[in-house]
Write a protein of this length. Structure first.
Length: 398
């Protein structure tokens, strides 16, 4: 027993060391990257579908990538796992196509084709195909690659774009990335998959310095951009595929009654269900599902008067509540099917029902609408003393 505790202590210390390294690398690379973005005028300009009112530097994903790639490359020598190199390559390509999109506005169809090819190469290199539902609907190992491969490509591209589409208010995509990767770190560490836990905690820690500047900074503010959001999306694809590939950590979790598909869906819940709602709504109105607009969940909160940080905080906390409710369903012994349907219902309630329900309330100017407006106004604390002091500290030295 004592030896097991010592081994666990060593694992935790390794995780914390990697996390600290990732944090510091992003922190100290942030200002040089910001300087390059300002000097080269790599900025996100305001337009009718964006929420900022002035140009903002948009290379935050590069600073985050420095904090992710360096410790992750070191980890490949400490934990011999060839698949990590394919993960790094896929993440790097996603970062590059995203940065090119930030600078040159790459057509959506070209970016989509690149995403499909990158996901396919990732699947081929890592042999990580979604080929096991771990008992959901009585389905275990999917023997046919004609099902597993297209399903995996669809899921991978869907996750990447779901994360890309939530990048609309300060702190949302980076805060969500921190939360999701922290959850995956706990899952992998508890299941004994140290390599995957290291991968996830590096990603979570590397995002924290960017999140701080993005939320609290003024002169130091930078957007994560498509480069950063596609990078986060690819990291989460790697996490999900570890769970849903046959004979991986997911198999061990399923043996203990965990609804593995439900777990993955719970962590990704709001971005995925919000994206599905938006895509279906666009198609119902005979518009391209790739056409940008202001119909995402975070736009609804902004329309109700919430601040950026208030919007991000409420959505991320709501997703955490969904994860906790899933966990409760697992702990009380619900079947994997029940766990799955619980997450589906919660996803629909917190995205579709909330979005259209608040629209209905706004049209009728009822009590619920005015209550939400008051709640939204309460989230505007950007100009109080503590916030301004943090802003001064972050902007100092520019």
């Amino acid at each position: 027993m004592r030896r097991n505790r010592m081994a666990m202590t060593v694992k935790v210390s390794y995780l914390l060391l990697y996390a600290l390294t990732a944090f510091l690398l992003t922190w100290f690379s942030y200002r040089p990257v910001l300087g390059i973005a300002i000097k080269r005028q790599v900025v996100d300009h305001p337009n009718k579908r964006k929420l900022q009112d002035q140009p903002v530097p948009v290379l935050g994903g590069v600073a985050v990538a420095i904090g992710v790639f360096i410790p992750l490359i070191y980890a490949t020598y400490h934990y011999v796992k060839p698949a990590i190199w394919y993960q790094i390559a896929a993440m790097a390509i996603m970062l590059i196509i995203g940065v090119l999109d930030d600078i040159y506005d790459v057509p959506a169809w070209i970016r989509l084709m690149v995403e499909i090819v990158v996901i396919w190469l990732f699947l081929w290199g890592t042999q990580s195909v979604i080929d096991d539902f771990h008992g959901l609907f009585g389905i275990h190992n999917l023997l046919s690659m004609y099902i597993g491969l297209p399903l995996s490509i669809l899921a991978g591209v869907g996750i990447v774009n779901a994360i890309n589409l939530i990048d609309g208010v300060d702190g949302y995509s980076s805060g969500y990335g921190i939360m999701a990767n922290a959850c995956f770190t706990v899952v992998f560490a508890m299941a004994g998959d140290v390599v995957s836990a290291v991968f996830s905690i590096i990603a979570a820690a590397a995002l924290i310095p960017f999140f701080i500047h993005n939320v609290f900074g003024n002169k130091s503010k930078m957007f994560i951009g498509d480069g950063g959001s596609l990078l986060i999306g690819m990291i989460l694809v790697c996490d999900v595929f570890v769970l849903l590939t046959h004979q991986t950590v997911g198999t061990q979790l399923a043996a203990n009654g965990v609804g593995v598909v439900a777990l993955a869906m719970a962590i990704l819940c709001i971005p995925v269900f919000d994206t599905l709602r938006v895509m279906f709504a666009r198609m119902l109105h005979k518009r391209s599902p790739m056409q940008a607009d202001k119909t995402h969940l975070h736009h609804r909160f902004i329309a109700l008067g919430f601040s950026h940080v208030g919007t991000s905080t409420i959505i991320i906390l709501t997703n955490l509540v969904i994860i906790l409710l899933w966990y409760l369903s697992f702990r009380i012994g619900c079947s994997v099917d029940t766990q799955f349907w619980l997450v589906v219902v919660l996803g629909i309630l917190t995205t579709t029902f909330f979005y259209y329900g608040t629209e209905w309330c706004e049209k009728r100017q009822n009590k619920v609408y005015f209550w939400l407006r008051r709640l939204g106004q309460a989230t505007h604390f950007e100009h109080n003393g503590v916030w301004l002091r943090l802003q001064t500290l972050l902007d100092r030295g520019l």
